[in-house]
Design a protein around this ligand. Structure first.
Ligand SMILES: Cc1ncc(COP(=O)(O)O)c(C=O)c1O
Length: 327
């Protein structure tokens, strides 16, 4: 029987789980680490799921109509996912990006027909970031308010408050992990940006296995801007959710979902990316390195011998070739 797809929307999800056996052996790990490789999505990141989930939910309830422009503020992968799904479905797309988003992201969004706007070029965003000491959520809110007050025929996806973000992970990522492991999963490890991945995937897996342990990753103190180091290498897409003002935490992050917060520094994440490339032939971005670093540390704990850990790898390393990630 032939199997021919008619739209990239049909290619989102169903990403593979791979046991990183060479890495396990090298580090003498007594637990299994399975990585869910989200770069198998049609535009190479976990955010294809979020983009499709938010667009199709809005089409269903009438918030998004033919001819509309989809608008988002994001540090990158969601912009690429939305640009691709918007292109495939015939919508226009505009995204506001932090100036330091990697050049590959700007170029990919342009290639997909989307418009990019640097946040430094939006006075209300600059002012809000200055006044709030860098509250990204507040800047998103300010841009959203301005766009909605001055434009018509737009749909602002707003992944950080949109329930379809975690919803698509509860509907797809969680069930895929459950089915592919035959329910044999003990620990879930994922980074937190909007929190959509960990909240939705965690919610589904918990409903199947109430004693599943969920570990949420945030950047360590050396990987966050400080007076001493205002522009550290970033673990792109991963943001602190503990030890920050409550308003910094996206509504899409379910703060009751995780059992443990695990801090990873950028150099630890980068080192694991290089190792995974050479040991396993997997080229992934820094947040994936962070997830495997955390999973390996957790695997070393004696109480976890024999357990199965699933780590979500959000995107491809190809998106960071212009950075020092693989130098
Ligand atoms: C590269 C990367 N890693 C991790 C994440 C975190 O995913 P989530 O927003 O679902 O928490 C993101 C989100 O933008 C990302 O782009």
């Amino acid at each position: 029987m032939s199997k021919i797809y008619k739209s990239i929307t049909e290619l989102v999800g169903h990403t593979p789980l791979l046991e990183i056996t060479n890495y396990e052996k090298k580090h003498d790990l007594k637990a299994k680490i399975l990585v869910k490789i989200e770069y198998f999505n049609p535009n190479q990141s976990v955010k294809d799921r979020t983009a499709l989930g938010m667009i199709e939910a809005a089409e269903k309830d009438g918030r998004l109509k033919p001819g509309d422009t989809i608008v988002e503020v994001t540090s990158g992968n969601t912009g690429i996912g939305l640009a691709a799904i918007a292109a495939a479905k015939g919508y226009k797309f505009r995204v506001y990006l932090p100036d330091n988003a990697s050049i590959e992201r700007f170029k990919a969004i342009h290639a997909l027909g989307g418009q990019t706007v640097k946040m430094s070029e939006v006075p209300v965003a600059v002012k809000t970031l200055e006044e709030t000491g860098g509250d990204f959520m507040a800047a998103v809110k300010a841009i959203k308010a301005q766009v909605e007050a001055t434009e018509t025929d737009i749909f602002f996806t707003d992944q950080s408050t949109n329930t379809a973000n975690a919803g698509i992970h509860a509907a797809t990522t969680g069930p895929e992990i459950w089915e592919d492991t035959d329910g044999d999963v003990d620990i879930l490890v994922a980074g937190v940006g909007t929190g959509g991945t960990i909240s939705g995937t965690g919610r589904y897996l918990r409903s199947k296995k109430p004693d599943l342990k969920i570990v949420a990753i945030q950047p360590g103190p050396d990987s966050l801007p400080s007076e001493k180091n205002p522009e550290p290498d970033e673990i792109a897409g991963v943001h602190p959710f503990e030890g920050v003002p409550e308003s910094f935490v996206p509504a899409s992050m379910d703060m009751s979902i995780y059992d443990e917060k695990f801090e990873v520094e950028n150099y630890e994440a980068f080192a694991v990316c290089r190792e995974l490339a050479r040991l396993e032939g997997i080229l992934v971005g820094p947040s994936s390195g962070a997830a495997v670093h955390a999973a390996a540390e957790i695997a070393k704990r004696p109480e976890n011998a024999g357990k199965t850990i699933v780590a979500v790898l959000p995107d491809t390393g190809l998106r960071y070739l212009s950075t020092n990630l693989f130098d």
